[in-house]
Write a protein that binds this ligand. Structure first.
Ligand code: KIV
Length: 288
């Protein structure tokens, strides 16, 4: 749990003031146009991934601008080593829980591997399915110039698209691993193609901060960075990483804002001890 005193000590900011400072002070839902307004007003956008109702509800109550149901689901929830086996059914199942929990944040759902690469019509059909079945606000897909026709087709169907360039985990087989992307010309051309195709925002993943700064200054749509330095218009982190729920590998660019794994482990040890020693359930937990 992020304790208010801890938050204020480590960040130097008042949590109450920081919460919801960006786009509004009440629970008015954030819309796609609000993303563009945030950029023109110089307000940083906050994004994190979530995959279930209770986590999404807590994040929404905390005032986050956008919850991404990422296909990182494959790694952080399903325990796989990459996102390639995630299906549209998985994304709809988790996306529906998240969208139901949320009153304020914009909910964006990833199109998983091979649900949009085949053709623009496949992409439009699957994006429509995701929005209709989950109630989410937008979809995200990976790639630059090679998916620009696809992004155009989806936005022409009135479905908002968030782009994603730099390190694109669905290309992990072709790239040969989760590697930082450094080719400035290619990344910039890809980002411009995504904007030109009609995306309302773009994730920049694992690229050098100077390239991210240049792209952020060039594009009209907001850039959302992950491992791309401080100059982006917003930041996204995998929720499990920022909450300290991921055990084992922790990406260098991520930051643990809490250590929930330790808190859960301690709680479970207490529960086991109390059951084994007969302390739980006590009279107050027992029906008369
Ligand atoms: O799948 C995901 O979680 C993502 C974010 C890391 C941007 O694409």
């Amino acid at each position: 749990m992020i304790i208010e005193a801890d938050y204020e000590r480590t960040t130097g900011h008042s949590m109450a003031k920081t919460t919801r400072q960006n786009t509004q002070t009440d629970v008015k839902p954030i819309t796609v146009p609000d993303f563009l307004t945030a950029k023109s007003n110089g307000l940083k956008l906050t994004v994190a991934t979530a995959y279930d109702f209770p986590t999404a509800k807590i994040m929404d109550d905390a005032g986050i601008d956008c919850i991404l149901v990422g296909d990182s689901l494959g790694m952080v929830v399903q325990g796989k080593s990459d996102p390639l086996s995630v299906t549209l059914k998985h994304m709809i199942y988790h996306g529906e829980m998240v969208a139901r929990a949320v009153h304020h944040s914009l909910v964006v759902i990833d199109l998983p591997f091979m649900t949009y690469q085949e053709s623009p019509s496949q992409a439009v059909r699957n994006s429509g399915k995701v929005l209709k079945k989950t109630g989410a606000h937008a979809i995200k897909l990976e790639g630059g110039r090679r998916v620009s026709e696809t992004i155009k087709a989806i936005t022409n169907a009135d479905i908002p698209v968030m782009g994603h360039v730099g390190l694109t985990p669905q290309s992990v087989r072709r790239i040969g691993g989760f590697k930082m992307q450094r080719n400035e010309v290619e990344i910039l051309e890809d980002a411009l193609a995504v904007e030109e195709a009609g995306a309302f925002a773009i994730v920049l993943e694992c690229i050098p901060p100077d390239i991210a700064k240049k792209i952020t200054g060039t594009l009209k749509i907001p850039t959302i960075g992950i491992g791309a330095g401080p100059h982006c218009d917003g930041q996204v982190l995998v929720g499990h990483d920022l909450l300290g729920l991921t055990t084992g590998f922790h990406p260098r660019f991520s930051k643990k804002f809490a250590d929930l794994a330790q808190i859960i482990k301690t709680a479970m040890e207490c529960y086991c001890t109390e059951v084994r020693t007969g302390k739980f359930p006590g009279p107050e937990h027992t029906f008369k």
